[in-house]
Design a protein around this ligand. Sequence first.
Ligand code: DER
Length: 253
Amino acid sequence: TNVEAAKRAAAQQAVADHFDPSASFVGIGSGTTIVYVVEAIKERSTNPSVLFVPTGYQSRQLVINAGLTPISFDSIPDRVMLDVAFDGADEVDTELNCIKGGGACLFQEKLVAERAKKFVCVADYRKRQDRLLTNWPTIPIEVAPLSQHKVEASLRLLGSTNPKLRTTLLEKSGPLKTDQHFFIIDAPFPALLTSADVAAGKGKGDGSDGTWEVNNISKAIKGLTGVLEVGIFSGMNGNDAQALRAKDGALSA
Ligand code: DER
């Protein structure tokens, strides 16, 4: 099946199911799937004063190029929650936990996702796995440049075999910088256990036996001084995180 067709199918289903044309504030994520989400929203939006909260420069340009009105996250009025936020993911497990950060936008993505009444993750069939880090091998972590080596050492102590600074020789010599001017470290770990795995005795999930549960590894990494954000999205504040999967164009939630 054509991956692009699957992305478009997932995006159109997600917007049909979760975009209310009368919405006032809508979060827009980063990556390539989100492009189809914005296209679908453009077809359905009827509220001329709806404002779109981007999750980085790419997301903001996408909103502007679609003729939609962006608003910066720090301009959202106090106590206002976004009606809905749409974003992609690099991997999604059976409990709707996500690995995010393939596009190095995870910090603003998490800010926006947590500010939304509903977080809609739009992901084609390639992203859906039983456990995180099955197909996508690493946890993206945004760190203050000065803390890079220290965080890498701490990640090794947590069991990451070979944490690597993200560089891209194609566009720039040297490390990639995020929209916050921070670095990204990609840390490989064994597949992350779900809470059901731990309940079933598949491992302790606290690192003591070499296994990690999704929330435990996320908290352990987030606790390292120098870490700004971790590319693990779980629970989403109890929001109704919907992971949509397009399989051969058909959809299953
Ligand atoms: O960086 C992210 O988390 C993005 O949402 C991204 O990785 C998903 O990108 P894709 O839609 O191009 O696969």
